[in-house]
Ligand binder design. Structure first.
Ligand SMILES: [Fe+2]
Length: 353
C-alpha cells in the first residue's frame, strides 16, 4: 500500500517573492483593496478605517530595514522547505490549494474538487509593460515557464472514489478548458462586492503553481491538485470539514494499492490582507501540537477573505494526523505588516517530517 512520507506548507503571498526593498511599492495597492478586514471582528473595512483603529506599534515595523530582514528570513525558510522536499523526494504529491477567480466562478463553485487529468497546464501570468518591478516579480513566482506538468491520474481517481465512499461529495475535473472567466460575489460575510474576470486561458491556480515553481527543488513529481473553496461564501469549507477532508485523504492514500511514497503539500495563508497575528498563532499552535480540536474550531468570523487559506494547512494537518509525523515544525513565521494600517500577511513555512 502507498505510504505518506511527509507534509509541506508555505504561504504564497507576493511577500514570499518580492525583496524587502520593494514591499513599500507593493503596499501602495493596499488602500484600494476591497477585501480588508477589521481584526478581530472580521468585519469588512476601508483602509482609512483600519488606519484609525490600528495598533500604533505597527508603524514601528513598517520600514525598509524590517522589510528586508523579514524578506530574507522568508527566503531562508523557503530554501529550507525546498531542501527538505528534495531530501524526501516523494514519488507523488497530493496538493491542497484554493482557487481565487482562476478556474472556478459563481456559475459553478465546488467546495471540494479533485483534478485527475493526465497532466495540467502551467501558464505563466502575463507580464504587461506598465507593471512595476514588484508586481512582475510576484507574477512570475507562480511559474515562469509554460509546460504540461504531470498528474498522477490513477491516484486522482482513487482519491475521488475513496472520498465518495467516505461520504465526501467530490466535484472533479478531468480536463482543462481553453479559457476560464466569470464573476465572484456579491455573497455573504466579507464578500459584498462583485469581481468579474473576462474569459482567458489560465493554467494551474496559484496555490499549486507557487510550490512547484519555488520549492519543488527542480523536481517534477506527479501531483494531484485538490482544490477547496476556502475564500468564497456561501459554500466555503468550514475548518471542521477541511480537517476531516485531510483525514479522509490520509485513509484514501493508505488504502491505495501502490508502493508509491506520497507527500501532502499546500500553500496559502496565513492571515491576509490584514495581519491577524493572534489568529495565526492559534493556527500554528494547532499545527505544531497536532491538535485537531483547535484546527477544527478556528473561528469562522475571523477567517475572511484570503486568511481563509489557512484552511489549506488545516487539511494537510488532517492528512498528517494519525501518521508518525503529525506535528508540524515551524520553519518560519513572520507577521509581515507592510503599512501602518496593519495590511500585509502572516507568512509561514512548515514541514511535517
Ligand atoms: Fe492565495
Amino acid at each position: 500500500m502507498a505510504k505518506i512520507v511527509g507534509g509541506f506548507g508555505t504561504s504564497h503571498t507576493p511577500l514570499m517573492s518580492i525583496p524587502g526593498n520593494l514591499w513599500e511599492t507593493y503596499a501602495q495597492n493596499d488602500p484600494r483593496n476591497r477585501e480588508l478586514i477589521l481584526v478581530p471582528s472580521g468585519k469588512r473595512a476601508t483602509y482609512d478605517e483600519l488606519l484609525t483603529t490600528a495598533d500604533p506599534r505597527i508603524k514601528d515595523m513598517v520600514n525598509e530595514e524590517t522589510f528586508i530582514q523579514r524578506a530574507d528570513n522568508i527566503q531562508k525558510g523557503l530554501d529550507e522547505v525546498q531542501r527538505r522536499f528534495g531530501e524526501v523526494n516523494p514519488d507523488v504529491v497530493v496538493m491542497i490549494g484554493d482557487d481565487q477567480s482562476e478556474w472556478f466562478f459563481d456559475d459553478n463553485m465546488p467546495t471540494i474538487n479533485v483534478y485527475w487529468g493526465e497532466s495540467v497546464k502551467l501558464l505563466p501570468r502575463p507580464i504587461t509593460p506598465n507593471m512595476n518591478e514588484a508586481n512582475k516579480i510576484s507574477a512570475l513566482a507562480y511559474g515562469s515557464v509554460e509546460r504540461d506538468y504531470p498528474v498522477d491520474s490513477a491516484l486522482g481517481l482513487h482519491l475521488i472514489e475513496s472520498l465518495m465512499d467516505q461520504d465526501f461529495d467530490i466535484a472533479h475535473s478531468h480536463y482543462q478548458k481553453e479559457a476560464y472567466g466569470g464573476s465572484i460575489g456579491p455573497a455573504t460575510w466579507y464578500l459584498d462586492m462583485q469581481r468579474s474576470t473576462e474569459p482567458r486561458p489560465f493554467g494551474i491556480p496559484h496555490a499549486f503553481g507557487f510550490p512547484i515553481a519555488r520549492w519543488f527543488d527542480g523536481k517534477s513529481p506527479p501531483i494531484v491538485p485538490v482544490t477547496i473553496n476556502t475564500c468564497y461564501p456561501p459554500n466555503w469549507i468550514s475548518a471542521r470539514r477541511a480537517y476531516a477532508l485531510g483525514q479522509g485523504i490520509r485513509r484514501a492514500v493508505e488504502q491505495w494499492d501502490s508502493d508509491k511514497r506520497v507527500a501532502i503539500a499546500c500553500s496559502g495563508g496565513l492571515s491576509h490582507f490584514v495581519v491577524d497575528e493572534e489568529l495565526d498563532r492559534i493556527a500554528l499552535k494547532g499545527l505544531t501540537e497536532a491538535n485537531g480540536e483547535i484546527l477544527s474550531s478556528l473561528p469562522r468570523h475571523r477567517l475572511q477573505s484570503a486568511t481563509t487559506e489557512t484552511l489549506n494547512w488545516v487539511t494537510v494537518a488532517g492528512a498528517m494526523a494519525g501518521t508518525s509525523m503529525e506535528r508540524m515544525e515551524v520553519i518560519t513565521y513572520e507577521p509581515c505588516y507592510r503599512t501602518p494600517a496593519g495590511t500585509g500577511c502572516g507568512s509561514a513555512c512548515g514541514v511535517w517530517l
